[in-house]
Design a protein around this ligand. Structure first.
Ligand code: HEC
Ligand code: HEC
Ligand code: HEC
Ligand code: HEC
Ligand code: HEC
Length: 477
């Protein structure tokens, strides 16, 4: 019984939630509640943790946890979660968005970035809003999304917009209850309890689902994309949760939808029992640039490994084409490895595109799309998989706090595919056979946008070749 040792606060919430369901008196929340079965400690309508509810002394340093949970600490250290506050790209963008926000609509949204990116600083009042003083963030607050934050989560009030309810301990002498999957774990240091929430995508969905706080416009929809996709079968035996891909990865084991996702046997704690599977804590997505910038080569390499096992490309072309005639070449791009859309997350910033080149037998270019110029800018006519958000005038906006509508969303659903076409006329002087070469490429943000935001501090973001295909087509006459 997960709640027997939980706070009375939570028991009250269950009562309130039941009352809300009975009387339909739903408060206006920025969290959403999906239908279907939910973990028992997801309590729709419960009150989320507020800014400054706790003191920083209540959140223990990851190093303290690491003194017993050594390998988990090494995996988490340098991860994107560890960098979520220190991330210089996030800091620059967040500061810019707040400065630019002039309407109440935009201000409300721009002030809450810290709730997901610096949750410990937020709940301890070090950083209540995005325009707070970043230099006042100290100790565990600086370390992003850390052990004692995730494992002090007691319940969730719904999906998205930082719907977490945390209950940390009272400092090193009374560290409180740490929650995860085990029913039977015993620690000499802290209390333990099983939390169903931690074993399911709804846990990640507390933050990996971002909607505009005023209009509800979807900004990041990773949880919903997963929930509505084929990896969520509705059957607990076959459902593949976020954890099953992202917390099974380790070097050499990308653990995606198109590879094995083996168990990782070992000990959860250096002094604990041997167990058939311990979830890994690298939390690798697609971001290879940030970990490299912050000095974690291992996480960067694992992101590349993940991206190389996310998609497949297939060339569908005629065996032969006639010189001087219009020919059609198709390239099928399949999202074979991601449990959500490809790409997902901050899709108005992420770039995934096709670089396609057709040459004649002597290497002379007949067609090209998706090239990157010397300044790092991608060809404007490239097939780009991303979402574009717009403002009230219908024009694209870079600042999501100002966004009021979705203009386009051209991405690939989980296990879905898109077919791109190249139409070309083989020139009369082209030497046959012609050669087709296509590469699916990924970069975390447009270089020119990053340069504009970060000026001379802008790092050069790596471009990762996810998958390639090539083929030859004979030329007749
Ligand atoms: C003195 C050693 C020690 C320290 C320090 C320590 N733990 Fe543990 N922890 C353990 C042991 C032992 C277990 C039981 C392992 C098992 O059952 O396999 C455990 C289990 C856990 C579990 C599993 C709970 C469950 O029910 O699934 C979590 C989560 C956890 N610890 C988190 C933390 C966090 C967060 C910190 C830092 C605030 C921390 N631990 C510090 C020894 C420690
Ligand atoms: C982003 C949230 C998050 C962070 C940060 C995090 N964990 Fe976990 N941890 C989880 C989740 C979720 C699980 C359970 C996964 C499951 O059961 O599906 C887990 C499981 C565990 C377990 C139990 C082992 C197991 O296989 O279930 C221990 C022990 C643990 N974490 C310790 C730590 C320590 C120590 C740190 C910091 C170095 C840490 N965690 C950081 C989310 C987190
Ligand atoms: C407290 C909020 C929070 C929770 C809970 C959380 N995340 Fe995150 N996660 C973030 C934020 C914020 C970032 C981005 C930080 C950055 O890029 O600066 C992130 C980044 C990531 C990344 C790296 C993305 C990339 O581009 O490479 C992965 C993978 C990830 N999270 C997976 C998970 C999984 C799996 C869970 C559930 C077990 C989870 N997260 C739970 C807030 C959270
Ligand atoms: C079937 C395996 C699988 C499942 C399930 C899965 N992911 Fe992923 N995830 C991937 C792969 C592969 C990538 C790399 C390609 C990409 O960026 O989408 C990825 C990338 C990501 C990224 C980085 C996206 C970007 O481009 O910036 C985040 C964040 C993320 N996942 C979070 C989640 C969350 C949260 C869940 C659960 C709601 C989840 N994932 C479920 C396989 C999976
Ligand atoms: C509800 C939680 C949540 C809130 C609130 C939130 N974010 Fe994020 N943010 C995330 C997650 C999760 C990711 C990782 C997704 C991915 O990798 O694509 C992320 C990634 C980012 C990144 C990419 C960082 C990098 O290094 O590539 C930037 C920039 C960012 N967020 C800016 C903001 C700004 C600015 C705000 C406030 C207007 C904000 N976020 C509010 C959850 C949140």
């Amino acid at each position: 019984m997960p709640f027997t040792r939980g706070s009375t606060k939570i028991r009250n919430y269950i009562f309130i939630a039941a009352a809300v369901l009975l009387f339909g008196a739903r408060a206006c929340l920025s969290q959403s509640v999906p239908g279907g079965d939910l973990p028992e400690n997801l309590i729709p309508g419960a009150e989320v943790t507020k800014a400054g509810e706790f003191s920083i002394k209540q959140f223990l340093s990851p190093k303290t946890c690491g003194s017993c949970h050594g390998s988990i600490y090494e995996q988490w250290k340098g991860s994107v979660h560890n960098q979520a506050f220190a991330d210089p790209i996030w800091q620059s963008v967040a500061k810019l968005f707040v400065r630019e926000a002039t309407t109440d609509y935009a201000k409300a949204d721009a002030q809450r970035c810290v709730r997901c990116h610096a949750p410990v600083a937020y709940v301890t009042g070090q950083l209540k809003t995005t325009d707070g003083d970043f230099s006042k963030v100290r100790k565990v607050g600086k370390l992003g999304i850390s052990c004692d934050f995730c494992h002090s989560v007691e319940a969730s009030a719904g999906i998205g917009n930082a719907s977490y309810i945390v209950q940390p301990g009272k400092g090193p002498n009374k560290p409180g209850i740490k929650r995860a999957q085990f029913e039977d774990s015993r620690s000499p240091f802290h209390d333990t309890a099983r939390s169903e929430l931690h074993t399911r995508s709804e846990f990640c969905g507390m933050c990996h689902e971002v909607s505009h706080v005023v209009s509800g416009l979807g900004i990041e929809r990773t949880y919903t994309e997963w929930r509505e996709g084929p990896y969520h079968t509705g059957d607990p035996k076959t459902t593949v949760h976020c954890q099953d891909c992202h917390m099974r990865q380790k070097p050499g084991v990308p653990a995606t939808g198109m590879t094995d996702r083996p168990d990782h046997p070992g000990q959860a704690c250096d002094m604990g029992p041997e167990r058939p599977h311990i979830f890994t804590h690298y939390f690798v997505g697609a971001n290879a640039g940030l970990p490299a910038l912050m000095g974690s080569k291992a996480h960067s390499e694992m992101a590349i490994e993940r991206l190389k096992h996310a998609a497949t490309l297939e060339l569908i072309s005629p065996k032969a084409i006639q010189r001087g005639q219009l020919a059609e070449i198709k390239i099928k791009v399949t999202n074979a490895g991601a449990g959500h859309y490809l790409p997902t997350g901050l899709t108005e910033v992420r770039q995934m595109w096709l670089h396609m080149v057709v040459t004649d037998a002597k290497g002379k270019k007949i067609f090209e799309s998706g090239a990157v110029d010397a300044q790092g800018k991608v060809d404007e006519n490239a097939v780009m998989y991303h979402a574009v958000l717009g403002g009230p005038d219908g024009k694209p906006v870079a600042n999501v706090a100002k966004a009021t509508r979705l203009i386009t969303d051209y991405r690939i659903p989980p296990k879905g595919r898109r077919i791109e076409k190249i139409s070309l006329v083989v020139p009369p002087d082209a030497a046959g056979p012609i050669k087709v070469h296509a590469v699916l490429r990924y970069r975390s943000a447009p270089q020119e946008v990053l340069n504009a935001v970060m000026k001379d501090k802008a790092p050069t973001l790596p471009i990762i070749d996810m998958v390639k295909t090539e083929g030859e087509i004979a030329v007749e006459r």
